[in-house]
Design a protein around this ligand. Structure first.
Ligand SMILES: [Fe+2]
Length: 107
């Protein structure tokens, strides 16, 4: 996306980031990430709509690819946590922790 902004002679702003909500346990991390992904999907859909309005179809295509990735992220969170939005119950927390161990800890 940055290369597209530069191509359009814009100035990408990477110094302003949204507040990060990590979470105190794995289940809360997934819940926060799910909320973030939802907001991201809304933002990309709005950007795609704007790209269509100004007839910038190349940018729209880039945004659609990113949106597709974001859809995959939210699907992965829902698959791991078993609900939409994830419910940080004890059972889900155990399940999330097991999955986190599988993916992130060395065997
Ligand atoms: Fe994402």
């Amino acid at each position: 996306m940055i290369s597209r902004i530069l191509f359009l002679e814009g100035k990408p702003i990477v110094s302003e980031v949204n507040k990060i909500h990590i979470g105190s346990d794995v289940a809360q991390m997934f819940k926060n990430d799910h909320e973030h992904e939802k907001n991201t999907i809304v933002a990309y859909n709005e950007a795609i709509k704007l790209a269509c309005e100004v007839k910038d179809f190349a940018t729209r295509e880039i945004l659609e690819q990113i949106l597709s990735d974001e859809d995959g992220h939210i699907d992965a969170i829902e698959e791991v946590c078993g609900s939409s939005p994830p419910n940080p119950t004890i059972a889900n927390a155990r399940r999330c922790t097991q999955i986190q161990r599988f993916f992130f800890l060395p065997i």
